[in-house]
Design a binder for this molecule. Structure first.
Ligand SMILES: Cc1cc2nc3c(=O)[nH]c(=O)nc-3n(C[C@H](O)[C@H](O)[C@H](O)COP(=O)(O)OP(=O)(O)OC[C@H]3O[C@@H](n4cnc5c(N)ncnc54)[C@H](O)[C@@H]3O)c2cc1C
Length: 483
């Protein structure tokens, strides 16, 4: 029997459009479910815009003997490499410092085990000599290294995330950014939730959903609290910062080097015209600690300069990148160093009402994990995903000295660009690849930014307001860590 669904009733409401929410959205819509995805801010504006963009099997977690997690992450990595146009294989080279405490043979054995856990899908481990190190690195400090294969994102983590939401064929499902949820009530008789939210245009809308999944990343705990949902798990917050440095084009290979603290490592990863150097790993209490500080920058610069022949300074930094890892915490045990915490994702369902919460997780393992989440909610396996249904934006060469960018009008109409930050930071990599968030070291791109703002906004005054807000924010953020 076909039960008629109310026009505003959804099979699933997903709160939070980071990688976890977006992948689940795609899986559920490809399985003919009617889904509503709501984000408080822009899609992918949380941790999913600040990652290291590695689609990896989590080799670092072998040191905590997390074999099952690594096996799962390897499987997820290899599936994305095979099917997603966003992911390509890339060699990462682990470099041995001369004073390193890590044994070459143990590392080699670890990499062999890593490859076996990945069912030998990735290329063989290779030794390399010091002459393969980045040109400015002080070769005398190293004794070669070992390179192994992982996946890496072609464009960016936020564009990868957005691509799970927007697709060619219209479905009954809907995704909205910049929404504000006013209330959620469980209606026992009707067996559904009643949700009142205000959309971007300030229109109040009432919808119904049979189930809710909270995929709000580091904000998930607060959202649960707001709607009186008790959970056993919660999040530990770990801040991670990268510096973006100039890439003199010759650099293609990615390197990993010991941090020489806490058994951790730092990565040197070419990305577009930049090199990403980091990340830091700092336990924090609240998202208020997200902005990059002088201490973050000094830490990373000192670690890098100790390895360079020609030292670099703060003024060489093109941009910074900061985010918070949502790590699962099962109880109130004290966390010594957040790398000791598992990077797995877990799923918790409320016993009384169909409200579920996702804790932790990574870009890399998101797809497999979201399949599991789907299975647990709908008690059936999802359909295979159609990887080819993503939308391709037309391009423009009008801005930034003719570089190819997605057409502004098109992104506004098709991907809900509401302000400059959405376009410059998440629909393109301008805010990361061009100095000072796209302004240029000498403000040489202000004119381009204003023209883009005029295309985004209907009125001149709105365009000017957004331009002022964006440029002031970029300058202020830089001043916080530079001066
Ligand atoms: C420095 C760093 C490096 C990393 N490197 C890697 C890597 O190389 N590879 C990898 O696989 N992973 C990496 N990660 C981990 C990965 O980025 C995160 O685990 C992942 O992005 C988390 O995604 P999420 O969907 O859970 O959360 P988020 O991306 O944070 O999404 C949560 C969303 O919820 C929204 N939201 C918040 N409150 C509400 C509300 N009340 N209502 C509705 N929506 C709300 C937010 O706006 C946000 O869009 C890294 C993380 C960091 C910080």
């Amino acid at each position: 029997m076909n039960v008629k669904q109310h026009i505003n009733e959804y099979d699933l409401l997903i709160l939070g459009a980071g990688i976890n929410g977006s992948m689940l959205y795609r899986i559920a819509t490809d399985s003919s479910k009617k889904v509503l995805l709501l984000d408080k801010n822009d899609f992918a504006s949380g941790s999913s815009q600040a990652s290291g963009m590695m689609v990896w099997g989590g080799i670092l977690y072998l040191q905590n003997f997390e074999f099952n997690l690594v096996r799962k992450l390897c499987k997820a990595r290899d599936r994305l490499i095979k099917y997603s146009k966003h992911v390509y294989t890339r060699r990462f080279s682990y470099t041995f410092l001369k004073n390193s405490e890590r044994s070459f043979f143990i590392m080699r054995a670890g990499l062999a085990l890593y490859r076996i856990l990945g069912l030998l899908k990735r290329g063989k481990t290779k030794c390399f000599a010091n002459n393969k190190l980045p040109f400015n690195w002080s070769k005398t400090l190293f004794k070669g290294g070992l390179s192994y294969e992982e996946g890496f994102l072609k464009l960016s983590d936020s564009q990868f995330t957005l691509d799970w939401i927007f697709r060619q064929n219209a479905t009954e499902s809907k995704a909205y950014n910049y929404t504000n949820i006013q209330s959620i009530e469980w209606e026992e008789k009707e067996n559904h939730f009643k949700i009142l939210f205000i959309n971007y245009e300030k229109v109040k809308t009432t919808v119904y959903a049979k189930s809710i999944v909270n995929t709000c990343g580091i904000w998930a705990d607060n959202v649960n609290k707001q709607f009186n949902i008790q959970t056993k798990a919660s999040h530990h917050l770990s801040k991670g910062v990268y510096l973006l440095l100039n890439n003199p084009k010759t650099q293609k290979d990615a390197f990993v080097v010991d941090m020489e603290e806490n058994n951790d490592t730092l990565c040197w990863v070419p990305w577009g015209n930049t090199i990403m150097w980091g990340p830091t790993e700092t336990s924090i209490i609240s998202e208020k600690e997200l902005p990059v500080t002088k201490e973050d920058v000094t830490f990373l610069l000192d670690k890098l300069n100790a390895k360079l022949k020609n030292k670099i300074s703060k003024s060489d930094i093109i941009n910074v990148r900061t985010g918070i890892r949502p790590l699962v915490k099962q109880n109130d045990n004290e966390v010594k160093y957040s790398l000791d915490l598992s990077r797995k994702a877990i799923f918790e369902s409320n016993k009384k009402i169909p409200w579920h919460t996702v804790f932790g997780g990574k870009l890399s393992g998101g797809l497999e994990f979201s399949n599991e989440v789907y299975y647990k909610i709908f008690k059936e396996s999802p359909n295979p995903i159609n990887f080819n249904s993503t939308v391709q934006a037309p391009t423009t060469n009008e801005f930034y000295n003719g570089i190819e960018l997605p057409d502004v009008d098109w992104t506004v109409k098709n991907t809900q660009v509401r302000c400059l930050d959405d376009y410059l930071r998440r629909r393109t990599n301008i805010a990361q690849w061009i100095p000072v968030g796209g302004l240029g070291f000498k403000n040489e791109y202000l004119h381009d930014i204003m023209k883009i703002s005029e295309l985004i906004h209907c009125s001149k005054s709105e365009a000017e307001f957004d331009f002022k807000k964006y440029t002031e924010t970029q300058r202020k953020e830089r001043t916080t860590w530079e001066n």
